[in-house]
Design a protein around this ligand. Structure first.
Ligand code: ZN
Length: 318
């Protein structure tokens, strides 16, 4: 069986769009590679941040729903996004984030790696993790970033998930998606694919007494896994069905094809194809500069644009 290849992207819920852009592009130095709308709620932006080219595995995306209540922590949700940074760069990051008044935790060691817990402006838990460059993920530095190339975020390291019943989810991860147990430490259980390196593992914790978590600003909305192409996607979709989940049909997200399903513990997953990618409808040099709509929404562009708040790119402050 062909396992999935690792994390494709993670989507989270943010507050006001400008604050989200200021933090992820202006402070963390990611490239805004696509400025679009939520295809199910086109009055809301969908903002995509990644490396210079938007490679699969580097992409963190947001629905800025300014009116939404904060999320409720609990089981059945992703609880933290970790981002890979170069070894030795955490002192730089910690000083930079402090300068911007960002909420930071104390640096910790997780499975042998240095990790800096960070809270984004709308309550999303992040961690910057010093990580060797991944073999499985391409990375192109972003020259327009306020961060020098040697310290730029390399992509998605991992995610944490909280579950009421660990085994129900880990059995599914193994049988449907090809994960294996990599290790356990301090109550966290690491499961990986393709060797379980950077971008190819998740950490799970069981909290049987907690409440069910609920989406809101600051929560992870879904975790998307990489599949090579549409054939691979259908193979995995079939296996997901055989293991008891109920996947959607294939949905054309234009930059990739998507299938969604809930894992048995309640976290929303997606299978996303590696291609065609973000350059399918914009020049590589100008990704993210203007509002891009999928073809079926183009006829409503004027109405959609009046509903979206204006966005200004932050200054590249080194
Ligand atoms: Zn997605």
């Amino acid at each position: 069986m062909r396992e999935i290849k690792g994390i494709h992207h993670i989507t989270a819920i943010a507050g006001p769009a400008q604050e989200n852009l200021d933090f992820y592009a202006g402070v963390l130095g990611l490239r805004l590679v696509k400025r679009s709308v939520n295809q199910d709620d086109p009055g809301t932006y969908h903002l995509f941040y990644a490396d210079a080219e938007g490679h699969p595995g580097t992409d963190l995306t947001f629905f800025p729903w300014a009116q939404m209540a904060p999320s409720r922590e609990g089981y059945g949700l992703g609880s933290e996004v970790s981002l890979a940074v170069p070894p030795g760069s955490l002192a730089f990051w910690s000083a930079r984030l402090e300068r911007y008044g960002v909420k930071l935790g104390a640096t910790e060691v997780r499975f042998g790696q240095n990790a800096l817990p960070v809270i984004d402006p709308h309550g999303l838990k992040l961690a910057l993790v010093e990580s060797e460059d991944s073999l499985g993920r391409l990375f192109t530095p972003w020259e327009g970033s306020p961060i020098t190339v040697g310290q730029q975020i390399r992509g998605l390291e991992s995610a944490r998930m909280v579950e009421r019943d660990l085994v129900v989810t880990t059995s599914f991860l193994s049988s449907a998606l090809g994960f294996i147990h990599v290790g356990s430490e301090n109550g966290w259980h690491r499961f990986g694919v393709a060797g379980g390196k950077s971008g190819a593992y998740v950490d799970l914790r069981e909290t049987p007494t907690a409440r069910r978590g609920a989406w809101g600003t600051g929560s992870i909305h879904h975790i998307a896994w990489r599949v090579d192409d549409e054939v691979h996607q259908l193979e995995v979709r079939t296996r997901v069905t055989e293991e008891g989940a109920r996947p959607t049909p294939v949905i054309d997200r234009f930059w990739f094809k998507s299938v969604y399903f809930l894992e048995p513990g309640g976290v929303l997953f997606e299978l996303a194809t590696d291609g065609p990618g973000f350059a399918v409808d914009e020049d590589r040099a100008h990704l993210g500069e203007s509002l891009v709509l999928p073809p079926w929404l183009e006829s409503n562009r004027a109405t959609i644009e009046t509903k979206l708040p204006p966005l200004a790119m932050p200054n590249a402050d080194r």
